[in-house]
Design a binder for this molecule. Structure first.
Ligand code: SF4
Ligand code: SF4
Length: 452
């Protein structure tokens, strides 16, 4: 082997010292350091399997690099290299923390289930000031008021754009962001807040025999951004129509205006606000569902994922009622309850889907595809489909993240023309609409347009 190596590479330029080495002690020299840094990621072997799925891979860091940077920080600290430590820590704020979508897709790709998003959430939590933590708790406590203020802000923004030109709010929010970096940016995907009158009416009694009653939880995203920009009914009206056609009585969650799944607090590491919101909504769902007798359906997949996974932050008594609740994503509802009882009036010719990360994590991507195939002759899921990087609000704060994350998928989708563009989470639909310049909407619209 040595003779072959020296014949092929006489100056030993290729991989010197690797595999063929005269030093009998080489296996215990220059060992790579893997210092313990954080329990969430200490088992990482830096294999890199997680890198291709990360939405920030082409703009800042991958999960592996986020971990490597934390290890580098620990080593600099130990070595007393304060100057470089300070510089890297500053850079980590944006590259490591701000641009992580905390979608947890890295955990699905990692052979040892490391979720770098969990580390990011904890670091974000540790970075919060006392004031920010108190403010988050106040927002959680007065959530109905928060939604009301946000709806008013959306309404004023749309009105300003209408009067002074459609770029007004974009320019205005960019100016404010220069002073307040955490200020969200306006995009052309934002419309006026939807009419909420449909949530006040008594359950719609379907013409056909009732298939039973469900509890409808319209997410706060739907209550804020659920309007259709193409003049169709809003998502809550569409949900009610689909349910009526399928013969389900719909009861809206009680005190709906103050309800939220808590994802907004969880992803930002506001654990007190998250725990408060999770405990509150589980009690609301318990009462609304007649103590777990009725299924609860939510219209945004990422919120469904949050509802399914907030058990650890619930009080002991709420954990016991949570275990008796049946919480369904709209995808489960459409696939398991609506599809079997509805006739197809017409099928779309060809449609394209954007499966959101939550479907991958909940294992319901197939159901999403099945619904689409039931109502369309040709269904495309782009080969490049992945996390859009929106993560609830990241795209409003760092639009460069969603632009980068959606780039390849958008190129693929733009290469053809489709009759419909569907997903199951409003904010991801907004990111994809922006990237593809077509209107992505909830798959509820597809079902509503295709059933009798
Ligand atoms: S896949 Fe897991 S072990 Fe490998 S680099 Fe990524 S986080 Fe580390
Ligand atoms: S949570 Fe998402 S954005 Fe963050 S490191 Fe993992 S894959 Fe990347």
């Amino acid at each position: 082997m040595k003779r072959i190596k020296s014949a092929a590479d006489p100056s030993c330029l290729l991989n010197p010292g690797v595999l063929i080495n005269d030093d009998k002690q080489v296996h215990i020299k220059n060992l790579k350091q893997l210092p313990s840094v954080e329990t969430e990621v200490d088992r990482c072997t830096e294999c890199g399997f997680c890198e291709p799925v990360c939405p920030s891979r082409n703009i800042t860091l991958t999960p592996r690099r986020r971990i490597v940077a934390r290890r580098a920080l620990a080593m600099m600290d130990t070595a007393g290299d304060h100057k470089n430590h300070k510089t890297l820590l500053q850079q980590y704020q944006y590259d490591g923390l701000e641009t992580c979508a905390v979608d947890g897709l890295c955990a699905a790709a990692c052979p040892i289930d490391i979720n770098t998003g969990d580390l990011v959430k904890r670091l974000r939590k540790e970075n919060h000031s006392f004031f920010a933590t108190k403010l988050a708790s106040m927002v959680a406590n007065k959530f109905a008021l928060t939604v009301w203020i946000l709806r008013l802000a959306l309404y004023l923004g749309v009105t300003a754009n209408r009067i002074t030109g459609e770029k007004t709010m974009g320019i205005f929010t960019q100016m404010v962001k220069k002073v307040i970096p955490s200020f969200p940016l306006w995009t052309k995907q934002i419309g006026a807040p939807p009419d909420l009158d449909i949530l006040k009416v008594e359950p719609i009694v379907p013409e056909s025999a009732s298939n039973g009653m469900i509890v409808y939880f319209p997410s706060c995203i739907s209550r804020l951004l659920g309007n259709s920009l193409t003049g169709k009914k809003n998502i809550m009206e569409t949900f009610q129509e689909v349910s009526a056609k399928a013969g389900f009585l719909v009861k809206v969650v009680e005190n709906i205006h103050s309800s939220c799944c808590g994802q907004i607090f969880s992803s930002k590491g506001f654990s007190d606000a998250y725990s408060f919101t999770a405990n509150k909504i589980v009690e609301q769902l318990w009462r609304s569902s007649q103590e777990g007798k009725l299924p609860v359906v939510i219209d945004v997949s990422s919120c469904a994922y949050t509802l399914h996974h907030f058990r650890p932050v619930l009080s002991l008594s709420n954990q016991s009622i949570f275990d008796q609740l049946r919480i369904l994503d709209s995808i489960d509802y459409l696939h398991d309850m609506v599809m079997p009882v509805c006739s197809v009036r017409q099928k779309k010719e060809n449609i394209v889907l954007h499966p959101v990360c939550s479907l991958k994590k909940m294992g319901t991507e197939n159901k999403f595809r099945n619904i689409a195939s039931h109502f369309a002759k040709q269904v495309t899921i782009p080969v490049q489909a992945g996390c859009c990087g929106m993560a609830g609000d990241r795209g409003f704060l760092f639009p460069e993240l969603t632009i980068s994350a959606t780039f390849f998928e958008a190129q693929e989708v733009k290469a053809a023309d489709y009759e419909g563009y569907y997903s199951s989470t409003k904010t991801c639909e907004m990111a994809m609409s922006e990237a593809v310049n077509k209107n992505y909407e909830s798959i509820l619209y597809l079902v509503n347009e295709c059933i009798v």
